[in-house]
Design a protein around this ligand. Sequence first.
Ligand code: AMP
Ligand code: ZN
Length: 469
Amino acid sequence: MNLYNSLTRSKDEFVTHTPGRVEMYTCGPTVYHYAHIGNLRTYIMEDVLEKYLRYTGLDVNRVMNITDVGHLTSDGDTGDDKMLKGAKREHKTVMEIAKFYTDAFFEDCRKLNIKRPDVIVPATSYIGEFIKVISSLIENGYAYEAGGNIYFDTSKLQKYYVFNDFSEEDLAVGVREGVEADGNKRNKTDFVLWFTKSKFEDQELKWESPWGLGYPGWHIECSCISMKNNGEYLDLHCGGIDNAFPHHTNEIAQSESYLGHPWCGHWFHVHHLNTEGGKMSKSKGEFLTVSLLEEKGYDPLVYRFFCLQSHYRKGLMFSWENLDNAAAAYSKLAAKISQIDNTGDIDKAEADRLRAGFRAAMDNDLNTSLAVTALYDVLKSPVSGAGKLTLIKEFDEVLSLGLLGAAEKIKNKNPEGDEIPDEIAELIEQRKAARKEKNFALADEIRDKISALGYTVEETREGTKVRKA
Ligand code: AMP
Ligand code: ZN
């Protein structure tokens, strides 16, 4: 598989340290609020990548942290503590907030068919590990104490800006307007490994350490959780593009200084979901969640379909109109699948040709939109119904769009078995959404449209029955 690597800035063949096995790490959510659908774009694309690696026969060990301490609003060492902010907002303890939003995150993942990682580690459960690695960094001269905090000394590195694209000027961290620069730092790029003295006097969670009562910085979490659970050699590190700097840059600095050898060969970054106002972000206050999509009548898997229709290395513009288009295409696809008869022999040569199309798309830097096209190719192909259903099931193990389930629902909705044209299937979905939103006037209007096209709709206990009038 060829996969773009942020480290080399080219599409590289994906190779692993141990043949047949992938050690994969994913930066997890900061659990001070619900995940927004932008965060979830990143997790959807990482999920497809993981599942595709498994599909090609690799054994994947996927590790994820839960950031429940240490993440400040600037991603550097300035700003407010995000967890504390969440706790204050909801008049709860930090741990209550962490538990609630961790559960909410995995519930959203479930609805989006995102598999749970093999290993999930909340940062607060790894304090001993952070102290061990920080102590070793101090011992080896990579870290120093100043003003009570422990800092990583970036001047000890041969190269700090590993992802190339950043310069001193990009270093807004610490010198942002309204944010005081940290006078303890020897170099502007140094970052905190352990806080004992900070402006958060009311910091709820603090632990004993050789440097006094305090708490870890955000970056050290991911280094330690990965090194402990993926081993010394990481094959694939994933996150949203905003994580590349400073977070991933700092992770590399710490891990390689600790290990004394290169750490991770391949860096996968998903670009942002944007709205007209720019990047979707939790700190802006207003953001879209999976629950909100559901309230508006959208199946969460329609959002997954929307994400897969574009390339992960391009910004994706969210609008309701774009989502509606995805919803219409999704129900059309499910309706087409619902009409396939599970009969006939599978033409192996033709099935292999279709598989090759799917793999070629995915092998070319995870081109999911072409992989979706490969699904349409299956529908158009001369393979038998049974062959089509086998291939759709197989591709959907990777894409996880729940297509067979959606097709089954359409069938159940129409137990009489009259064949429904795409146009009618789409109108039925729109009517369903209108009813869910309790917009009965619109639902009736759509029903009239359906009758004008020669079909009747009737709500029964078994579901919606559609018949040719
Ligand atoms: P956080 O919960 O803020 O730690 O972010 C969780 C993940 O979502 C990280 O990998 C971020 O890089 C990613 N992320 C944040 N904002 C967006 C966005 N608008 N679009 C896509 N990914 C995002
Ligand atoms: Zn991380």
